[in-house]
Structure formats: C-alpha cells, structure tokens
Ligand binder design. Structure first.
Ligand code: NAD
Ligand code: DAU
Length: 351
C-alpha cells in the first residue's frame, strides 16, 4: 500500500539510518524527512538518498504547529515515525528548557496535527514514537532488566522530557483512539553519531591525542546496540507492532564504561598502527555527571518472541566497523566539529 511517511529528525544519527532503510526498501512509500537541522542534524548524512524519487526533505521545527499542519496537507501524510528530539543528557543538565520545548511540546504539536488530520479513520494511520530506555530510571548492579512493564522513573531533564512525551503519546491513544506505538531503545552506536556522545567523542579525541574524560570512576553500565539494528527494529515494529503497544529494543550487550573505553582504545590503536596500549595514557577521570544513572539494561525478549527481531551484529564486529568508519570518514568528523556541515543545506537547497 502507498504511504506518505513523515519521519522527523531524519538528519540526525538514528534518523538518517531509518530514512535510508525506508527509502531503499520501500520504493512505493514517499518518505518526507522533516528536520530543523539543529547542531545535531546534518544533511550530508543523506547524500546517497537525496536524489531518490521517493524522498523529500523539509526544514521545519516540530514545535511550529501551523507549519506541521501545512506539511500534513501538502504531502497527505499517512503515518509518522517520530525521532526528532534533543538527545544529549549533558546538554539537558545545562538547558532543560529546550528539552521540554522540543521533546514535550514538539511531540504534542505532531500528535495534535495527526489527531486533526486523521480523525476520520485513526486505524488507518500510525503514529510511531521513538523513545529511550532512560525513561525507566536506573538499575543496580544485579541481574534485573528493564521490561515493558517497568515503572517510569526518569532522573535527568532529558529522560524526564522523553517520559513526558511517551505519556502524551499514550494519552492520545487512550483518549482519542489514535493508533500509536512506542519503542524504548538502549544506547546506540555506529556511523554518523555526533561526537559529543561517548563513542565518537573518544574516537575523535584519540585521533587528536586529546584527553578522554571518563565521568566518575567509569563504572556506569550501558547496553549497546548497533544503530542499523535499531533501524531494522523500527521497520518491523512500524509494520507489525500492535496498536497501543510498547516494545523494548536492546542488544543484551552490557558494558561498564571503562571496559568499553579500553576496547575502543585497543581498536583505534590497532587500526592506526599504534603499539597496543599506546592511548591508555589519555584516560582522564573527571567529575561525575550530575545524577548519573548507574546502569541501563533492556529486556527485548518481547520483540524477539512476538515480532522475531534480534540484533544482527555481535559487539566486537560492530565496534570494529564503527571505529573503522570514523577513521575512514575523518572529513565528516572535522566538518561536524568545525560547524562546516551547516553550509550543506544552503548549498543543496539554495537557501
Ligand atoms: P540526534 O540528536 O542525533 O538527532 C536529533 C535530530 O532531531 C537532529 O537531526 C535534529 O536536527 C532534529 N531536531 C531537534 N530538534 C528539532 C525540532 N524542534 N524540530 C525538528 N527537528 C529537530 O538524536 P538521535 O541520537 O538520532 O536520537 C533520535 C531519537 O532516538 C531521539 O528521540 C532519542 O531520544 C531516541 N533515542 C536515541 C538513542 C541513542 O542512543 N542515540 C537511544 C534510544 C532512543
Ligand atoms: O540509553 C539510551 C540513551 O543513550 C539515549 O536516549 C540518549 O539520547 C543517548 O545520548 C544515550 O545516553 P547516555 O547518556 O547513556 O550516552 P552518552 O554517550 O552521553 O554517555 C554514555 C556513558 O558514558 C554514560 O554513562 C556517560 C559516560 N560518558 C559520556 C561522555 C560523553 C563519559 O564517561 N564521558 C563522556 O565524555
């Protein structure tokens, strides 16, 4: 069936992988990538799909309700996959207001537009909200995992804003009967991640022989998933997930930060031809992140049992692929760290 899918945040890290997968896999769908192009949005991530006949880019702010309505009308939007967000915990600690504005009010603006435009047949239109495992709070060092029924207990302004947006999405299902779906995913890694997040930041710093700032003692635990496996899960859940349901997505791949950092150092040194252990001296323990969640770990058995999804990559393979990608794409890293990439939109769209 022909669909006109609005993907928000498609110029960001996860969004570009989702856009690429949908544009290539579904030539009958029209993919409308809506992105404000904040510091985290980069159209140079999508040069391979920008001229595809089933792809359109629209620069817009999800908080601009009138603009969103006009986009629904112009492209006859049939479904939404919503990824646009402020996504970095450290930024949320410095500037919580922007997180509430984009993540809560922006999501509400999209929901309200969809409610108005789809009111004649909610069942025929899906609103898919991409969320995070951070809404569940933090786990101790034991064998518990976040399941879909774990109570929400967000701690950072980022996770509080994502939790609030999840609640609004569910409220539009329960109150108006909209066809919604939510997925909560663990930490993603892979190509095109903005180098403020742990993995690309550390690869870039090793490259420049800069200190590697490890928060606290480096004992916090995260569950890492290769970004393309997240995009594959979104595809399956979008098409086969149950209306009103939630799915956890994770890699069953927990790493203590300091152990992960040592694997990264080993891989970067190997690929750069440095002697083993060469970059360990860059590790620098710094003041911990305020309210730093101790451990995240996702139970994604529901997604496996009901929809048959499993991660396709083992971590050792994924991390080597990732390090290799950043080292082979040093221009990309240099462009995003210098702000050069912002000119791409002007050049491409004569704006
Ligand atoms: P990102 O920061 O790399 O990208 C966010 C994108 O949203 C950017 O392209 C940015 O320009 C766009 N954007 C921001 N504000 C906007 C606005 N007001 N209007 C329109 N566009 C706007 O984020 P990401 O890491 O790709 O995360 C995407 C989504 O997945 C987010 O909702 C995030 O909460 C969620 N998520 C991320 C991870 C992860 O590990 N990165 C894990 C689980 C869930
Ligand atoms: O769990 C999913 C979440 O994963 C997503 O919802 C977020 O959008 C995404 O940013 C990510 O959040 P984290 O805070 O876990 O990711 P980050 O890369 O910022 O940090 C990973 C871990 O590394 C965390 O324990 C903090 C630590 N860290 C991070 C940075 C940037 C450091 O020790 N030093 C650093 O410089």
């Amino acid at each position: 069936m022909k669909k006109n899918i609005l993907i928000t945040g498609g110029a960001g890290f996860i969004g570009n992988h989702v856009v690429r997968l949908f544009v290539n896999k579904y030539p009958d769908y029209h993919i409308i990538n809506l992105d404000k192009l904040t510091y985290a949005g980069n159209l140079a991530n999508l040069t391979d799909v920008e001229n595809m006949p089933n792809y359109t880019f629209v620069k817009a702010d999800i908080c601009d309700f009138e603009k969103i309505i006009s986009i629904f009308d112009e492209y006859n939007i049939t479904d939404v996959i919503h990824l646009a967000a402020e996504s970095h915990v450290d930024r949320s600690i410095k500037d919580p207001f922007t997180f509430a504005q984009t993540n809560v009010m922006g999501t509400l603006s999209l929901l309200q537009a969809a409610k108005e435009k789809w009111k004649d047949n909610y069942a025929a239109h899906r609103f898919y909200h991409v969320s995070t495992d951070e809404v569940y709070g933090a786990l101790e060092f034991d064998d518990t995992l976040f399941t879909e029924t774990t109570s929400y207990d967000p701690h950072s302004p980022y996770s509080a804003s994502k939790a609030a947006s999840d609640h609004f999405v569910r409220a539009f299902h329960d109150t108006y009967g909209m066809n919604i779906i939510i997925s909560n995913c663990s930490n993603n890694y892979g190509p095109y991640q903005f180098p403020e997040k742990l993995i690309p930041l550390f690869i870039n710093n090793i490259r420049h022989r800069k200190p590697l700032p490890v928060y606290g003692k480096g004992e916090n635990v995260r569950d890492w998933l290769y970004v393309i496996d997240h995009a594959r899960a979104i595809d399956i859940i979008f098409h086969e997930g149950k209306d009103g349901d939630t799915y956890n997505i994770g890699g069953f791949n927990e790493w203590k930060n300091i152990d992960l950092i040592k694997v990264m150092i080993k891989t970067v040194d190997k690929l750069l031809g440095n002697p083993e252990g060469h970059s360990l001296e860059l590790i620098t323990y710094v003041t911990d992140r305020a309210g730093h969640d101790l451990r995240y770990a996702i139970d994604s058995r529901k997604l496996k049992n009901e929809l048959g999804w499993e991660p396709s990559l083992q971590f050792e393979e994924g991390i080597e692929k990732t390090v290799r990608w950043y080292l082979e794409n040093q221009d990309w890293l240099d462009n995003v760290t210098s702000g050069e990439y912002e000119k791409y939109y002007e050049k491409m769209y004569n704006a």
